[in-house]
Structures are given as structure tokens and as C-alpha cells.
Design a protein around this ligand. Structure first.
Ligand SMILES: *Cc1c(COP(=O)(O)O)cnc(C)c1O
Length: 377
């Protein structure tokens, strides 16, 4: 058996090597390194996959979030509601733009923002909500959009981890993650479910005015070269990465199915192990398993150590919630403010999750988790 890895991009590459190599070679042959045909082709194919009007590619997922907030014309001091249990990028861009991150605690079962606690955090300065579809499940977008409509707020989805997930509304309508709010943002960082071989990201919107504005901001605030209507940034997806993503997008649904199959194996073999809890499921969302994240009651760190000793990697996403990070201390938060996020930070452990996990590997991981937990509890 090959060494078990947290993420295995190399073996995935080998399954699509010919197509990937050809896509890269095409860019080298044609020399259209920036804004070449693969960029437009991939953007329109992704828009079609998401059933959306516009996908605007950019340099990475963090840029996508920043550009989304720039497109909303917010003023310094305006408040943006988000989750403290996420990758730092979500709050970082809020603070960078001199806006104020306002955190709302998460739900126990899904790790996503608790929609029932959002309204209590709204003030006259609140302008936007950024739900993060953490680990691969969509936050309760039906309720979040209702709240946003009632209070006249924008919604920017941080969809870096849930591309391809489906959200079902109570009327039966199904929409893709990232296509529900005013703007969706995603990342093509290599380890993401739809990842390239470098950095990449995208914004998506069904609102034509916002999409036009986003395009201008990505391109130095310019529609006509050397004429700048506003202050923008330089944020592009390069043609080589777009070519790679074009190949990977065709496989996205089968990649999701492979992740779901691995998750079912984990569920089945770990659900009765005492001391750990398998991931809970959102009611209205499919789970695309960017991460398979256990909760381990008391012995999380010991379990991680024991697994590492027998060659099984695991990761803690995320060890410190954002309101307790040094960089965000200035916002006046303290320990105890978001008990569910703080508890999750102490309990979570993500197991290897990627498209190349074999049954033999999964069996080995599960038996080692069981053995370790028996020793620990
Ligand atoms: C990966 C990630 C980002 C940032 O994406 P980059 O491409 O690394 O800039 C933002 N938010 C979440 C939730 C992420 O997982």
C-alpha cells in the first residue's frame, strides 16, 4: 500500500496526465499566458456548471473575497457578519478594507454559522453577511437570504470549500453553493475540491451590475486600457491554471462522488467508536467533503499523535477561532464569547480526504482510529 496522505494530488494528476499536459502545452504553444482562450472557456464552463450568469476569475480565493467587498461600496466602519470558525481569509479581507468583522457563533452539527443567532448581531451599521460553507456543506442560505432581505443586507458566500454542493430550498428549488447570495467567492488552491496547480480563485454573480463592477475592479479599476474609473487591484487567473481547471471541472462531479464514497466508509466504520463523533449533516445541503472532520471528546491531541506514529496524517482545522487570534484582539472579543466555536477548535480532527483513497487505506485508517481510541478512553 502507498503511503497515506492527507491530500494526494500527484496520483490524481496521473489519472488525467495526458489531458493536463496537453492543456499546459497548448498555452506554451500559443503564448497566450494571460487572459488566453482557456480563461474565457473555463469561466463560461464554470458559469454553466453553476447555472449562473457570470463567473469572473481572479488570482486566489482571498482576493475574491476582498474584491467582492470592494464591489459593494462599503464605508470604513461598516459591519460585516461572519463566522469565527473559518480560515482567516474571511475576516482578514473585512479588516483590510477597514470594515468591522462581527462574529456569530456556529452550529454544533455542521460547523456553519448559526442562522438563528445572526439577527441579534445586526446593527444599523451592518451591511453584509459572509456565510462560509465550511468543510463542504452549505450554510442555511434560505434563512440567511430571508434575514438579508428583511434588513437590506448583501450576502457574499465564501464557497472556497463547497464548490459543487447543492442547497435545496423549502419549495423544492435546488441551487449550487455560491450561486445563492449576491456574490459567490471560491478558491482554486491546489487542495480545494476544484484545485489548480498554483493559485487561483473566482467570483460569481447573477447580478449584471455587480459582475461588471467586479470585472473592472479585478483589472485595476479599468474598462478601457489606461483609463481608470475607480481604484482596483490586479487579480487574474493565468491561462495555464485555467487550462488545468478546464480539465478538472469536467471531473468535478466524479471527484465529489469519490469523496462522498470515502466519507460513507468512514461513517460506517467510525459511527460506533466511543469518544468520537462522525460529521453531522445539514438538512438542506449535500456534503462535498472538502474535509471529513470528526469531533473527539477529550483526547483529540493524543489521538492525532497516536495516528501520526503509525503513519496516518490528520489535521486540525482550525485550532484557534478568529476572535481569539492576536490580529483580531482589537475588536474587543474575549474567550467565552463564542462557546461553540471555541469547543469545536478543541475537538475537531480532520482525517485524510481526497479522490485517491483506496478501500485498503480507508480500512487501515479506521482500524487505527478504533485501536487508538480504545487505548485512550
Ligand atoms: C482556502 C480558503 C480561502 C482562501 O483561498 P486562497 O485561494 O487560499 O486565497 C478563503 N476561505 C476559505 C473558507 C478557504 O478555505
Amino acid at each position: 500500500m502507498q503511503k497515506i496522505q492527507m491530500v494526494d494530488l500527484n496520483n490524481q494528476y496521473l489519472t488525467i496526465k495526458d489531458e493536463i499536459d496537453a492543456a499546459i502545452q497548448d498555452v506554451l504553444d500559443k503564448g497566450y499566458y494571460i487572459n488566453g482562450a482557456p480563461v474565457q472557456r473555463f469561466s463560461s464552463n464554470l458559469a454553466e456548471y453553476l447555472h449562473m450568469k457570470s463567473v469572473i476569475p481572479c488570482a486566489n480565493g482571498t482576493d475574491a473575497l476582498q474584491i467582492a467587498l470592494m464591489a459593494l461600496d462599503l464605508k470604513p466602519g461598516d459591519e460585516v457578519i461572519t463566522s469565527p470558525f473559518t480560515f482567516v481569509a474571511t475576516a482578514e479581507v473585512i479588516a483590510l478594507l477597514k470594515l468591522k468583522p462581527v462574529f456569530v457563533d456556529i452550529k454544533v452539527d455542521t460547523f456553519n454559522i448559526d442562522e438563528d443567532k445572526i439577527e441579534a448581531a445586526i446593527t444599523p451599521r451592518t451591511k453584509c453577511i459572509i456565510p462560509v460553507h465550511l468543510f463542504g456543506q452549505v450554510a442555511n442560505m434560505e434563512k440567511i437570504m430571508q434575514i438579508a432581505n428583511t434588513h437590506n443586507l448583501y450576502v457574499v458566500e465564501d464557497n472556497a470549500q463547497a464548490i459543487g454542493a447543492d442547497f435545496t430550498f423549502s419549495n423544492g428549488e435546488v441551487k449550487k453553493a455560491g450561486s445563492i447570495g449576491h456574490i459567490g467567492c471560491t478558491s482554486f488552491y491546489p487542495s480545494k475540491n476544484l484545485g489548480c496547480y498554483g493559485d487561483g480563485g473566482a467570483l460569481m454573480s447573477n447580478n449584471t451590475d455587480l459582475a461588471d463592477k467586479i470585472k473592472v475592479i479585478c483589472n485595476h479599476g479599468s474598462k478601457v486600457k489606461y483609463f481608470h474609473e475607480e481604484i482596483g487591484v490586479n487579480s487574474r487567473l493565468d491561462s495555464i491554471q485555467a487550462g488545468i481547471l478546464g480539465v478538472k471541472l469536467k471531473n468535478l462531479d466524479s471527484y465529489i462522488a469519490a469523496r462522498q464514497k470515502a466519507a460513507s466508509y468512514y461513517d460506517e466504520h467510525l459511527k460506533n467508536v466511543s469518544g468520537i463523533k462522525i460529521p453531522g449533516r445539514a438538512l438542506n445541503s449535500t456534503h462535498v467533503f472538502h474535509q471529513y472532520t470528526l469531533r473527539v471528546g477529550e483526547n483529540r491531541d493524543e489521538l492525532q499523535k497516536t495516528l501520526a506514529e503509525v503513519g496516518i496524517p490528520s489535521m486540525i482545522y482550525y485550532p484557534v477561532p478568529l476572535h481569539l487570534q492576536d490580529a483580531y484582539k482589537g475588536d474587543g472579543y474575549k474567550a467565552g464569547d463564542f462557546p461553540e466555536s471555541e469547543k469545536a477548535a478543541k475537538e475537531v480532527l480532520s482525517l485524510p480526504m481526497h479522490t485517491e483513497l483506496t478501500e485498503e487505506m480507508l480500512q487501515m485508517i479506521c482500524s487505527k482510529v478504533k485501536e487508538s481510541m480504545m487505548m485512550l478512553v
